[in-house]
Design a protein around this ligand. Structure first.
Ligand code: FDA
Length: 309
C-alpha cells in the first residue's frame, strides 16, 4: 500500500468512529451514496432485496446495522430486532441467515449482558434452523468474540460461528485452534485500522496470509465461508478445490451487497454457493465509511452522487 493510500485509509477509518460525524450523516438519511452498499433502512426493504438475490441463486446473510451501542437499552433493542428478523427470514422462506456485531449487544459495556443477548438470538435462530455469524470487529474485541462463540458451541449450539481476519498476525493460530474445534468460520482480509504491532500492513502480506488460512481450512474439510471480492483469490480457490477434489458443499463464497454483483451472479450460475452480506437499518454510517476506505474510487462515486443529486 503506498503512503497516500495508507493516509487516506487511516483518515477515513478515523471518521468511521467519529460520533458527531455519524450522528450528522445518519440524521440526513440514506443519502451520500450509502444506498449502493446498504439495502434500506427497514427490515421490509432488506427482505425485498434478499428475495431478489435469492431469485438469482444467491443466499444472504442479513445484518441489522449497529455497533458500539452506548446503553444496555440499545443492546436490548438489538436483541429484539434480531429475533424479529430471524422470525421474518423463516416466515418469508428466505435462503439466508444473520450476522451480528458483539458491540451491538453491549460487549463494551457489560460482557455478561452481551453474552445473554447473543445467546437469546442464537437460541431463537436454532428454533428456526438458522445460523448466526458473529462478525469480527477491531482487535480489542477479538478474544471476547472468539470466547463467546466457543462458549455457545460448548453449550451445544451448532448454529453459530465467527470471522477471522487475515491481517492479524495471530490469525494462523486462531484458525488452527478453531478448526480443531470444528468451528464454522468466515475468512476475511480485515476492515479496521490496526497497529503494525499486531497486523500486516502491506496488501501482499495480507493476501498471502489470506491464502494460507483458506488453504488450511479447505484442507481440513470444516465448512468455510471465503469472503472476498478479490478475483485472483477467488480464481485460486476455484483451481485449488478442483485440483484437490474438495466438494463445493464444503465452502461458500461471500461478498458484500452492492459490490461485484456480476461476479456474484456468475459464480452462482457456475454452481458455487454464493452468499451476499446484506446490511440494513438506520445506523449505516460506520459500515459505509469502512466501504469507502477499502477503495478510493468509492469516494469519487459518493462525490458524484451528491453533486448530481
Ligand atoms: P481487496 O480489498 O484486495 O479488494 C479486491 C477488489 O475487490 C478491489 O480491487 C475492488 O475491485 C473490489 N473491492 C473491494 N472492496 C471494495 C469496496 N468497498 N467497494 C468496491 N469494490 C471493492 N471485515 C472484518 O474486519 N470483519 C468482518 O466480520 C467482515 N465481514 C465481511 C463479510 C463479507 C461477506 C465480506 C465480503 C467482507 C467482510 N469484511 C469483514 C470486510 C473485509 O475484511 C474486507 O475489508 C473487504 O472484503 C475488502 O477486501 P477484499 O477481500 O474484497 O479484497
Amino acid at each position: 500500500m503506498d503512503i497516500g493510500t495508507r493516509l487516506f485509509r487511516t483518515a477515513l477509518l478515523g471518521l468511521a468512529g467519529n460520533r458527531a460525524a455519524r450522528a450528522l450523516s445518519e440524521r440526513y438519511g440514506m443519502k451520500l451514496g450509502a444506498s449502493r452498499f446498504v439495502a434500506g433502512e427497514t427490515m421490509e426493504e432488506a427482505i425485498a432485496q434478499a428475495k431478489r438475490l435469492n431469485a438469482e441463486g444467491i443466499a444472504v446473510t442479513l445484518d441489522f446495522l449497529g455497533e458500539s451501542v452506548s446503553s444496555l437499552e440499545e443492546a436490548q433493542v438489538s436483541e429484539r430486532s434480531y429475533k424479529e428478523l430471524i422470525r421474518m427470514i423463516s416466515h418469508e422462506g428466505i435462503n439466508g441467515n444473520v450476522s451480528l456485531k458483539p458491540t451491538q449487544f453491549g460487549l463494551a459495556l457489560d460482557r455478561k449482558a452481551c453474552e445473554e443477548g447473543i445467546r437469546a438470538v442464537v437460541n431463537e435462530a436454532a428454533g428456526h434452523g438458522l445460523f448466526v455469524r458473529l462478525d469480527m470487529e477491531d482487535s480489542p474485541w477479538t478474544d471476547a468474540t472468539i470466547q463467546i462463540v466457543q462458549m455457545l458451541q460448548d453449550e451445544g449450539f451448532s448454529n453459530v460461528g465467527t470471522v477471522i481476519q487475515a491481517y492479524l498476525y495471530r490469525s494462523g493460530r486462531d484458525v488452527q485452534a478453531m478448526t480443531a474445534n470444528k468451528m464454522n468460520l468466515r475468512l476475511v482480509k480485515g476492515a479496521y485500522k490496526e497497529s503494525r504491532r499486531i497486523a500486516f500492513e502491506s496488501k501482499q502480506e495480507v493476501d498471502d496470509n489470506m491464502r494460507r488460512l483458506i488453504k488450511a481450512r479447505l484442507d481440513s474439510g470444516i465448512y468455510t465461508a471465503i469472503a472476498t471480492h478479490d478475483q485472483r483469490i477467488i480464481r485460486w480457490v476455484q483451481s485449488y478445490t478442483r485440483m484437490r477434489a474438495i466438494p463445493r458443499s464444503k465452502f461458500e463464497f461471500q461478498m458484500l451487497y452492492g459490490i461485484r454483483n456480476p461476479l456474484q451472479r456468475s459464480l452462482a450460475r457456475e454452481g458455487y454457493k454464493v452468499r451476499s452480506y446484506v446490511p440494513f437499518g438506520r445506523s449505516w454510517y460506520p459500515y459505509f465509511v469502512r466501504r469507502l476506505a477499502e477503495r478510493p474510487a468509492n469516494v469519487m462515486f459518493v462525490v458524484k452522487s451528491v453533486v448530481w443529486r
